[in-house]
Design a protein around this ligand. Structure first.
Ligand code: SAM
Length: 254
């Protein structure tokens, strides 16, 4: 399992909250019965419960599942279950996640869809590979290509799908008989701390993937633009909702 810092998750939480699709959250809520049990897979410090909980029926019960006990200890609500997602998945009436499925491979996603057996799933904020800088830089293409390759490394749940994950998950769920809706949930970054942490993360991964690349020069230029308040960045994400077809009642002709 890849380690995620509690500070990074806290830093990104407001951008995640602003980006998540409210329309998909409402559709997900309508698919739940009162008192349903929702499992948040890769819950981290539990940011999703507060945001999604507002849309869900009264009495919804939460289980927060994560392999990192330190992150789970910071969550305020829900039953906490420290476990690896690499084995048998927990039983619940519905499954949700934020920023998880792009870390996983096709076999794990198939495993999730099979395990869910028609129960609703709402996967928030899977990267879709887009990065749109308000000011171009000559090294953008090389840096972002190396970063995308790094995102596809093994992250503990198979060779990660990175930016392909939301589309692969949507296809698998459709094949399993789900109705699927995708919505854009892009980060639109202007706030300097998150913007800087994001470009630092991109440069670090790109340099690890492609040591001959001058990622340090790219980072230096981007950091100056952020310090001068000149840079905006859109990071493409998708939310994916999967709900099973309800059988139409058969109406017999009179
Ligand atoms: C990008 S973080 C997102 C955390 C949280 N959903 C949020 O939005 O703040 C991914 C989370 O998945 C967890 N995770 C990744 N691989 C895991 C695995 N194999 N088993 C259990 N948890 C895992 C990490 O510990 C981390 O908390």
């Amino acid at each position: 399992m890849t380690g995620f810092s509690a500070d990074w998750l806290a830093l990104r939480a407001p951008a995640d909250a602003a980006a998540r699709s409210r329309a998909l959250a409402r559709m997900f809520a309508r698919a739940l019965r009162p008192g349903a049990h929702v499992a948040d897979l890769g819950a981290g410090r539990g940011a999703l419960t507060g945001w999604l909980g507002k849309f869900l029926p009264k009495g919804t019960r939460w289980t927060l599942v994560d392999g990192d006990a330190r992150l789970l200890s910071l969550a305020l609500h829900g039953r906490k279950r420290r476990m690896s997602l690499g084995g048998r998945l927990p039983e619940a009436d519905a499954y949700v996640s934020t920023a998880l499925i792009d870390l996983t491979g096709p076999a794990w996603l198939r495993h999730l869809v099979r395990h869910a057996r028609g129960r609703p799933m709402l996967m928030h904020l899977a990267v879709d590979g887009r990065h749109e800088f308000s000011i171009p830089h000559p090294l953008d293409e090389a840096v972002l290509t190396a970063f995308a390759r790094h995102q596809r490394r093994f992250k503990g749940l198979g060779p990660a799908l990175g930016g392909e994950a939301p589309f692969a998950f949507a296809t698998m769920a459709r094949r399993a008989g789900y109705r699927v809706a995708l919505a854009r949930s892009d980060w639109s970054l202007r706030e300097p701390a998150l913007l800087l942490a994001t470009v630092e993360g991109i440069a670090r991964a790109a340099a690890e993937q492609q040591p001959f690349l001058d990622a340090a020069a790219w980072l230096h230029a981007r950091s100056r633009q952020i310090a001068d308040g000149k840079l905006n960045l859109v990071v493409g994400h998708r939310d994916v909702l999967a709900i099973r077809h309800r059988r139409r009642p058969t109406v017999r002709p009179a």
